[in-house]
Design a binder for this molecule. Structure first.
Ligand code: TK8
Length: 354
């Protein structure tokens, strides 16, 4: 019965469409295109955006800003639905959903994006970016854009870089001030070869796993520690299961705001523009909030009972020296020429900022 109804409905719809087509040209002069825009302007689109972090994190606030922007600017032709806390899957699964066209937006750290394009490993090289501003300038410039553009052949549209931030080490065993203190610590890392390599170089025992499994793994003692930026450590309640934070700042993680290419290709050009603009407007706001939270929440970690260690220049240098071989090791895999260009540009930006 249901099928017959469907068939009847289809026949009726086709008949209506045919009537529509045959009557339309009467009102339209021959070289003007008929009102295309009416057809597309009535079509509405739903964007499901999913992330791994919870709804307290600046990344989620950024998505709220983007939602507000695209829904307003599109006059409701786009609806954005937001999902957090890995409700739609972990970073790698959500990127796959985008490639298949079953989810529209996600924003992983750059580290898991390297499973799609190895060049993304560059941002995980230890101690690469001297400041957040230099990171933003490079990412928003030509060299950052080059990597975003490269994603199209993998079924993804790179809309913008947002900020996760400088990553710091936490653990539950002892205060870490030097690589020697890391000996044997079981540390959860992101699923990325560069991270595995330099945590080994530091003497730790790195265990890659998806972000969504991390809290339980710490709670149950499957790992001794992890590394993430201050807002994540605080807002994901890690002080409940971790005692020590060391402000190592060993890697600056960007988020890569991704859209499904299948979905993007089906969007009218004016809506593509609104989505792209919304991603940039929200990026600036997300970075602002993230930096504000980062500054405030170091104190918050102490209030929650963590021992937070700021390292001296000499102590930090021990981490830098121990992880340096990683850069040489991965240079060819990332692409030596690209690595050189990025290092040169960072040097230029550093000089200019002095
Ligand atoms: C969130 C992740 C997370 C990242 C990690 O989905 O896995 O540690 O820093 O924030 O992208």
């Amino acid at each position: 019965m249901g099928n017959i109804k469907k068939v009847v409905a289809l026949i009726l719809i086709s008949a209506m469409l045919m009537v529509g087509c045959s009557s339309a040209p009467a009102n339209v002069s021959s070289n003007e295109s008929p009102a295309d825009t009416t057809a597309s302007s009535e079509e509405t689109f739903v964007i499901r955006a999913g992330i791994g972090l919870n709804d307290q994190h600046p990344q989620y606030k950024g998505l709220e800003v983007m939602k507000e922007y695209v829904e307003r600017e599109s006059n409701g032709r786009i609806e954005m639905q937001l999902f957090h806390s890995s409700q739609l899957g972990d970073d790698i699964q959500m990127m796959e959903s985008l490639q298949l066209g079953s989810q529209e937006i996600t924003a992983p750290s750059s580290a898991p994006v390297s499973s799609i394009d190895k060049r993304f490993m560059i941002f995980d090289l230890p101690f690469l970016f001297p400041t957040e501003e230099i990171a933003s300038d490079l990412l928003d410039g030509e060299l950052g854009q080059e990597l975003l553009d490269g994603l199209a052949e993998h079924g993804l549209i790179g809309l913008a870089y947002w900020e996760n931030g400088y990553r710091h080490l936490t653990n539950n065993v002892r205060e870490v001030r030097t690589p020697a203190d890391m000996e044997g610590l079981k540390i959860r890392t992101m699923e990325n070869q560069v991270h595995l390599d330099f945590f080994r170089a530091l003497g730790a025992n790195p265990t890659p796993m998806p972000f969504g499994e991390l809290f339980t793994a710490m709670q149950q003692g499957v790992v001794d520690g992890q590394e993430n930026p201050v807002p994540t450590i605080y807002l994901q309640n890690y002080p409940e299961v971790q005692k020590y934070t060391s402000l190592t700042g060993h890697v600056y993680s960007p988020f890569v705001l991704l859209m499904s290419k299948i979905f993007w290709d089906g969007l009218p050009a004016d809506l593509q523009e609104i989505v792209q603009e919304g991603a940039i407007v929200a990026r600036d706001e997300e970075r602002r909030i993230n930096r504000e939270y980062t500054a405030e929440l170091v104190g918050g970690l102490r209030e929650k009972g963590m021992t937070v260690s700021e390292l001296t220049m000499d102590e930090l240098k021990l981490f830098q020296d121990a992880t340096k071989p990683t850069i040489e090791k991965f240079k060819d895999e990332i692409g030596a020429e690209y690595v050189e260009k990025v290092l040169e540009e960072i040097e230029k930006l550093t000089e200019a900022s002095k």
